[in-house]
Design a protein around this ligand. Structure first.
Ligand SMILES: Cc1cc2nc3c(=O)[nH]c(=O)nc-3n(C[C@H](O)[C@H](O)[C@H](O)COP(=O)(O)OP(=O)(O)OC[C@H]3O[C@@H](n4cnc5c(N)ncnc54)[C@H](O)[C@@H]3O)c2cc1C
Length: 380
C-alpha cells in the first residue's frame, strides 16, 4: 500500500496550486459578491488543460489519472467553491456522459471542445418535482421521423445558462418508469425551443450559474441521442457515481481553505494578552479540523483508486462524498467560530467557506440518499 503521490501527481497539483493562488484566490471575493460566471478564468483553465483533466489527449483532454483530477478539483475548490462546481459539472457530469456513452463521432464533435475548454458543459437531470426521485421526471422526448421533440423543463442546472453543450435526460417512454428515460446532447445555440428561464439566487456556490431551463417543442436530431433508448437512468447513475468523487474533492478543497484561514487567524488574533492559538480549546479545534480533512482526502483517493482499477466503487464514492461533504461543513463551521465575530462578517472568507460547503450535502445525492446507497450496499 503506497499513500504517496507520484512525481507526476505532485507536479500537477503544484501547477494547479500555483494557478489557484495567483489567479483564483485574489478573485474569489469578487466572484462571490458579483455571482457572475468567470468566463475569463474558465478560458484560462481551458488553456492549462484544467477543463478536460481526466479525458484522453485524443479527445483534447489532459489524460490525467483520477487521483490527479481529484487533486486538481480540490485545489480549484480551495480557491472558489463556485468554480469547483463549474469544473465538476463540466467534466464529471457533462464530459463524462459523452466520454462513457457517446459514439466516436459524438465524442469528436462535442467532447473535444469541452475537454479543450472551448465549450462549457452542463448536465440536466433534476426537475422541480424530480430531485432525489429521478424517475419522477416529466420532460418528454417524442420520436417524430428522424428527430426527437422535447417538451418540459429542468431545474438546478449548474452552468445551465452558459453551456454550449447540455446532456439532457427525458422520457422517451413515459409509461416505462426508469427504463423509459433516454439521454441526449442538446446545443442551446442551435436548438430552437431551448429557453433559460433564469438563475437561482443561492446561499453560496456563487459564480456557477444554477439555471432553470425550459424546452418547448425543441427538435433535436436522432443522432444526438446517447446510447440506446431507455438507458438514460443507467447513464445518470453511472455518471453520478464518478461525479461523487469530485464533489468529495470539492469538499476537501473548501475544508482545506477553511482550515488554512483558521490557522492564520488563530496565530494573528490576540486575546487576554496572548495569541488565541495558545488556548488549548482552539488547538483542539484545529487538530480536529486537520484530522477530518485528512480522513476525507483518504476516502476520496480510495474511491479514485477503485475507479481507476475498474472495480466497483459505488459504495466508496458515496462514502467519500458523504464524509467530505459533512466534514467540509463542520470544518467551515469551526473556521467561523475561531474567527469569532469577524468570522460572521464578509471581511474574512470564513463565512464564504461555510456557505459554499453546505451545498455538498445537497447536490449529486443528498447525504440522506447517500446513506441509503451505502446501507443498501452493506445489506445486499
Ligand atoms: C446549487 C445546486 C446545483 C445543482 N446542480 C445540478 C445539476 O447540475 N444538474 C442536475 O441535474 N441537478 C442539479 N442539482 C439538483 C440536486 O441534485 C438536487 O437538488 C438534489 O438531488 C436533491 O433534490 P431536491 O432538491 O428535489 O430535494 P428532494 O429530493 O425533494 O429532497 C428533500 C429532502 O428529502 C430527503 N429525501 C428525499 N428522498 C429521500 C429518501 N429516499 N430517503 C431519505 N431522505 C430522502 C432529501 O435527502 C432532502 O433532505 C443542483 C442543486 C443545487 C442546489
Amino acid at each position: 500500500m503506497d499513500f504517496s503521490l507520484s512525481a507526476e501527481q505532485q507536479q500537477i497539483r503544484g501547477m494547479v496550486t500555483e494557478f489557484v493562488d495567483e489567479e483564483v484566490v485574489p478573485r474569489a471575493t469578487e466572484i462571490d459578491h458579483d455571482d457572475e460566471f468567470p468566463a475569463d478564468l474558465v478560458r484560462e483553465m481551458g488553456e492549462l488543460g484544467l477543463m478536460g483533466m481526466p479525458f484522453p489527449e485524443e479527445y483534447g483532454g489532459a489524460g490525467l489519472d483520477y487521483h490527479s483530477y481529484a487533486l486538481g478539483l480540490a485545489e480549484i475548490a480551495r480557491g472558489s467553491g463556485g468554480l469547483g462546481t463549474v469544473v465538476a459539472a463540466h467534466i464529471s457530469l457533462a464530459g463524462n456522459m459523452l466520454y462513457e456513452f457517446g459514439t466516436e463521432d459524438q465524442k469528436e464533435e462535442y467532447l473535444t471542445p469541452l475537454a479543450e475548454g472551448r465549450d462549457v458543459g452542463a448536465f440536466a437531470l433534476s426537475e422541480a418535482g424530480a430531485g432525489s426521485d429521478v424517475p419522477a421526471m416529466t420532460t418528454t422526448a417524442r420520436k417524430e421521423g428522424d428527430e426527437y421533440v422535447v417538451d418540459g423543463g429542468k431545474l438546478w442546472i449548474s452552468n445551465g445558462s452558459v453551456a454550449d453543450t447540455v446532456t439532457l435526460f427525458a422520457k422517451t417512454d413515459p409509461d416505462a418508469g426508469n427504463k423509459g428515460i433516454s439521454s441526449f446532447v442538446v446545443r442551446p445555440e442551435e436548438d430552437e425551443g431551448f429557453h433559460v428561464e433564469g438563475t437561482e439566487d443561492k446561499l453560496g456556490d456563487k459564480g456557477c450559474p444554477t439555471a432553470e431551463l425550459r424546452f418547448s417543442d425543441m427538435r433535436i436530431p436522432e443522432d444526438r441521442r446517447l446510447g440506446e433508448e431507455g438507458r438514460g437512468f443507467v447513464h445518470a447513475l453511472k455518471t453520478l457515481n464518478g461525479g461523487r468523487i469530485t464533489i468529495a474533492a470539492r469538499g476537501v478543497g473548501i475544508a482545506q481553505a477553511a482550515l488554512d484561514a483558521a490557522l492564520d487567524y488563530a496565530q494573528d488574533r490576540e486575546q487576554f494578552g496572548q495569541s488565541i492559538s495558545e488556548f488549548q480549546t482552539i488547538q483542539h479545534k484545529l487538530a480536529d479540523m486537520d484530522t477530518k480533512v485528512s480522513a476525507a482526502r483518504l476516502l476520496m483517493h480510495q474511491a479514485a483508486d477503485l475507479k481507476m482499477r475498474g472495480e466497483d466503487f459505488r459504495k466508496e464514492a458515496a462514502q467519500a462524498k458523504l464524509y467530505a461533504s459533512e466534514v467540509s461543513r463542520e470544518v467551515a463551521n469551526e473556521g467561523v467560530q475561531i474567527h469569532g465575530g469577524y468570522g460572521y462578517t464578509k471581511d474574512f472568507p470564513a463565512e464564504r467557506f461555510y456557505r459554499d460547503a453546505k451545498l455538498n450535502e445537497i447536490y449529486e445525492g443528498t447525504s440522506e440518499v447517500l446513506r441509503n446507497t451505502i446501507a443498501g450496499n452493506l445489506l445486499d
